[in-house]
Design a protein around this ligand. Structure first.
Ligand SMILES: [Zn+2]
Length: 225
């Protein structure tokens, strides 16, 4: 799955002598119109900027509907052209999307709900204790070159740090509960770290009833619960 890699992008920009900061001012000159854009703004109290196609806005709407228990108001969504940077990024309430796929938008919304979690410090500490983040990976693959979920991480990218772990895990929960696809289908049921990660996310309100139910059905929950 393609992602925006901040570290790599900063390195590239240092080499090229250019800024990687998305041009938010330019994007703000473009405000999408139409019923889909209106619906998103009215229902979720967010802002949309840049050149969005209608189908892309449907993806955003579908992703936001997967967070029924979350206040997403105030978020700004920027559609930026795909260039050296790909995927998406989340930064201080701004969701920047260069590839408007459901997987990418869910990942960035995962960052958004994580950043707004009132008990974030405790959540982060619990995940750190459960998993450790010992640079297992190179963002896109494990050290042996393979991808997929491992050791409680839903993807190699999730092992980067606690922020990416939460974003990847929340996206994986939503993809599984609403679409029946994604890395949870391949997660090792016998590795209790997966169950623990989703129990921690659930305890801090980052997943909802539907996520919990569907994750429980595939055996990714502790036997005692
Ligand atoms: Zn991320």
């Amino acid at each position: 799955m393609k992602r925006f890699f901040p570290v790599l992008a900063v390195f590239l920009s240092a080499c090229a002598g250019t800024s990687t900061e998305p041009d938010y001012d330019a994007a703000r000159q473009m405000i999408p119109k139409g019923p889909r854009a209106d619906e998103i703004r009215e229902r979720f109290h967010v802002s949309l900027y840049g050149s969005w196609e209608d189908g892309e806005l449907s993806v955003v709407l579908g992703a936001m509907e997967m967070f029924p228990n979350k206040d997403l108001s105030g978020l700004e969504f920027y559609r930026m052209p795909r260039g050296e940077e790909r995927g998406g990024r989340y930064d201080l309430g701004r969701v920047t999307v260069r590839e408007p796929t459901l997987d990418i938008v869910l990942h960035e919304l995962g960052h958004a709900v994580h950043s707004r979690c009132p008990s974030r410090a405790k959540l982060d500490a619990q995940l750190q204790a459960a998993l450790g983040f010992a640079a297992y990976c190179s963002a896109s693959s494990w050290s042996d070159g393979a991808g997929g979920p491992r050791r409680g991480f839903v993807s190699p990218y999730a092992a980067m740090n606690v922020e990416e772990c939460v974003a990847e895990s929340v996206a994986a929960a939503k993809l599984w509960s609403r679409r029946g696809r994604g890395p949870l289908g391949e997660a090792d049921r016998s590795d209790e770290r997966f169950a623990l990660v989703f129990e921690i996310l659930d305890a801090h309100g980052l997943t909802d009833d539907e996520d919990r139910e569907e994750i429980r059905k595939i055996g990714l929950s502790s036997p005692q619960r």
